[in-house]
Design a protein around this ligand. Structure first.
Ligand SMILES: [Ca+2]
Ligand SMILES: [Ca+2]
Ligand SMILES: [Ca+2]
Length: 352
């Protein structure tokens, strides 16, 4: 509706403008007519002057009346046009005010739009900056992506190669597993054989040790027999199951015992009356293997056995001198033992 009213007002304005534009031409025409009239009047005057008649005066009067009527009509028409112009002016003033108001509104809108434009420009610049940054980041990411793509391709190739190697290793592993199982089976069999051989070896070792022990015993017996045989040829005398050595020199008790031990024997131990009678035949004073050096008054043989049967001389052992701890066999009678200091020197009798 407002658009229609505007169009109507504009149409009215153009109509008034056209009327207004037409007015001067009417005035001009009226002026031309007036000029014509003037010229007519001048011509009439000239004619009147030329004619100088009454009809001419009447024509002139009619012409003036006609001219006056025309002028009055034009005047009325002029008033009507002026009113129309005033109305058009008022309408145009309103429209101008409306246009001014619209202009102001549009100015405000323009300012708002400018602000929006500025804001949009700033945003656009920010977006452009962000876009540039994003572009740079995108390029950087693109480069990284290319690098990563290259690395990924390399890794993919490596993965493929490793997959092939893994498959080969898996195949090798399977073969080795079979070989291992076969070896394990062989190992188990060999372990059983080894255990059997170990048992055999242990048995053989036992038999060998027994044989070795028997051999050693036989060797010792052989050596003992050999030694006894040698002793028989070196001054040793046999009585019963023992061999006896009667010294030619003199030593103290400890040196005498050391001599016997180096010969594989020890000082004489009297085990029986027969043995005592046997040594009585030797005409020397000789150490026997009897001593109370460990505990005074407690006599023991050199093999640790206690003294049970004694052959002391009368009044012995008497400890006549200090430390009479060793026994010597004297050749007086059957009971010929006497205790004397161990540091004394005498002959000695070894028994083996
Ligand atoms: Ca003996
Ligand atoms: Ca004593
Ligand atoms: Ca004595």
């Amino acid at each position: 509706m407002e658009e229609d009213n505007k169009y109507e007002n504009l149409e009215s304005i153009y109509t008034n403008i056209d009327n207004y534009n037409n007015l001067p031409r009417v005035q001009e025409r009226s002026c031309l007519d007036t000029e014509v009239q003037k010229r007519g009047c001048e011509a009439a005057s000239e004619g009147r002057q030329a004619c100088s008649g009454k009809p001419a005066a009447v024509c002139l009067g009619l012409l003036c009346v006609l001219l006056l009527a025309v002028i009055i009509g034009l005047w009325i028409k002029h008033d009507a046009g002026r009113d129309q112009l005033q109305s058009s002016y008022d309408n145009m003033t309103k429209e101008r005010d409306q246009l001014q108001s619209s202009y102001d509104n549009m100015t405000k809108e323009r300012d708002q739009l400018l602000d929006i434009n500025n804001n949009l420009t700033l945003e656009r610049d920010q977006l452009q900056s962000s876009y540039d940054d994003l572009t740079m980041e995108r390029d950087a990411f693109q480069q990284k992506l290319e690098l990563l793509t290259g690395e990924r391709n390399q890794l993919q190739r490596d993965y493929d190669n490793m997959t092939k190697e893994r498959d080969q290793l898996q195949s090798s592993y399977d073969n080795m597993t079979k070989e291992r199982d076969q070896l394990q089976s062989s190992y188990d069999n060999m372990t059983k054989e080894r255990d059997q051989l170990l048992d055999i070896n242990n048995n053989l070792t036992l038999e060998r040790d027994q044989l070795q022990s028997s051999y050693d015993n036989l060797t010792m017996e052989r050596d003992a027999i050999q030694q006894k045989l040698e002793m028989c040829f070196k001054g040793w005398r046999k009585f019963g199951s023992s061999y006896y050595y009667f010294s030619n020199g003199r030593k103290n008790w400890a040196e005498s015992r050391q001599y016997c031990r180096e010969m594989g024997a020890d000082l004489l131990i009297i085990n029986s009356r027969e043995e005592q009678e046997f040594i009585k035949e030797v005409n020397i004073d000789a150490w026997i293997g009897l001593s109370d050096a460990q505990t005074e008054g407690i006599w023991k043989w050199v093999d640790g056995s206690p003294l049970t049967t004694v052959y002391w001389s009368t009044g012995e052992p008497n400890g006549a001198h200090k430390d009479e701890d060793c026994a010597v066999n004297e050749v007086v009678s059957l009971s010929t033992w006497n205790d004397i200091p161990c540091s004394s020197e005498a002959g000695w009798i070894c028994e083996l």
